[in-house]
Design a protein around this ligand. Structure first.
Ligand code: FAD
Length: 405
């Protein structure tokens, strides 16, 4: 029987709420293996997350099902020096080996962090770029104005990575007579830009329009209106880039689950272009990308053609799931929101999340996380796992990324 203590895995008896990820091979489907609670795969490894207080029980169950645990990884475990504890392999256990020092991984992470461009242009001295193009993204029958904008960067040295944002300073002054403050926008292009010449940056911007709660007057957002009505050749003041939360992992085999509402699609367009559309020497994506995209009408599916083309070309590596709230119904007959699609697929998502290289990204409307948590809680509670504890661990491991506004 595999014994985590003997393997040198730190088991903290006070930590009933900690989790361990078992990598298991050779599981066979039996009456006991309930596919609603266990990820079973015919080949390769299966990853099973187990709360500390159920470790022995789960080991016995895996053995009864013919499975062999090849490694146990404490989920989100950090050593005293702040390094992530490495996976402990079965071979190591047999030799009573100590976990090897995790320096390489840490150094790699550090080096990568140093490489992230930030604040190349500050608000006091922004880069003045030119609008190259400004195209509508909402088709007839859709709601609101959402534009795809591209700016020329060739006159400066602004560079950025997929998942970062830039600031835009709208011209003019606010009600207090002070220059407008910058607004952040997620970058919708890869680091190479839409023309793949490293000379542009693109955004996906919704014009904010609302009724003033007291006067009932229609009010338009300052910066989003400015951007949505820009003409090619117009100047735009750009700052940044900023943001380290939404960066794409380097791992070409990663599982990347993306959940977007509306303009929250922007960073994911950049991810998908990098994964599938562009050719790189040093990054050839071979993992799984799964995009959940919530919009009100099918005419609001931003970048619809691009997304569906990629999906048709890469069916094994890219899954695309829409939630069209005003046109589709959820199982209860209500509107189909992104959280309903997450709930429908929560079991599969849960299984995917247990792979050590699975990342989840959430981007778009503030408040969208609540429904997602609800859907995930329903599935994990069946296994005695508290979703919020688990999510905390994922955050610690930098595998749960959220940018909502
Ligand atoms: P403002 O003129 O600043 O007006 C906004 C103000 O209007 C609010 O603060 C609120 O006081 C008021 N208001 C808004 N709605 C209502 C309402 N319904 N009722 C009453 N009052 C209301 N936006 C995008 O379009 N695309 C993106 O990719 C994008 N990425 C972002 C990334 C990050 C990290 C962040 C923080 C924000 C992002 N945003 C994005 C939002 C963007 O920064 C702006 O907030 C948005 O464009 C509105 O700015 P504005 O100048 O047009 O509105």
């Amino acid at each position: 029987m595999y014994n985590p203590s003997a393997a040198g895995v730190t088991v903290n008896t006070e930590s009933g709420n900690r989790f361990f990820v078992y990598e298991v091979v050779g599981l066979r489907q039996t009456d006991e293996s309930d596919s609603t609670t266990n990820p079973i795969r015919r080949s390769g490894s299966t990853f099973i997350t187990v709360p500390y207080n159920r470790m022995n029980q789960e080991m016995r169950r895996i053995t009864r099902m013919g499975g062999q645990i090849v490694s146990i990884r404490p989920l989100g475990e950090e050593g005293t020096n702040g390094h992530t504890t490495p996976t402990v392999s079965q071979e190591q256990t047999q030799k009573e080996a100590q976990p090897s020092k995790p320096m390489t991984e840490t150094k790699a992470k550090k080096a990568k962090t140093d490489d992230i461009p930030v604040n190349i242009y500050k608000p006091k001295d922004p880069y003045i770029g030119k609008c190259v193009s400004n195209e509508p993204l909402v088709r007839e029958g859709g709601s609101g104005i959402v534009q795809h904008l591209t700016f020329d960067l060739s006159g400066g040295d602004l560079r950025y990575l997929e998942g970062q944002s830039i600031g835009i300073i709208p011209p003019g002054e606010d009600q207090k007579g002070k220059p407008h403050k910058l607004r952040l926008y997620s970058i919708a292009s890869t680091r190479h830009g839409d023309h793949e010449d490293d000379k542009t940056v693109s955004l996906c911007v919704r014009e904010l329009v609302y009724k003033h709660p007291e006067t009932n007057e229609t009010v338009k957002g300052v910066c989003s209106s400015f951007l949505c009505h820009l003409k090619p050749g117009d100047d735009v003041a750009i700052t940044g880039p900023v943001g380290k939360e939404m960066l794409l992992p380097d791992d070409e085999e990663a599982t990347v689950i993306m959940m977007a509402t509306g303009t929250g699609i922007a960073p994911f367009r950049a991810f998908l272009w990098r994964m599938f559309k562009e050719q790189h020497e040093d990054y050839k994506f071979k993992g799984l990308a799964w995009l959940f995209f919530g919009i009100p009408y099918s005419a609001n599916i931003l970048y619809k053609e691009e997304l569906e083309k990629l999906q048709a070309e890469f069916p094994d590596n890219f899954r695309l799931t829409y939630a069209i709230s005003r046109e589709e119904q959820n199982a209860q007959g209500g509107k189909m929101y992104i959280q309903d699609r997450i709930a429908e697929n929560a079991e599969e998502i849960w299984n995917l999340l247990q792979k050590p290289n699975a990342h989840t990204y959430i981007c778009g409307l503030k408040g969208m996380e609540g429904g997602i948590d609800e859907g995930m809680s329903a599935v994990t509670s069946k296994q005695g796992v508290d979703w919020f504890d688990y999510q905390k661990q994922l955050k610690k491991e930098h595998r749960w990324h959220v940018e909502t506004y």
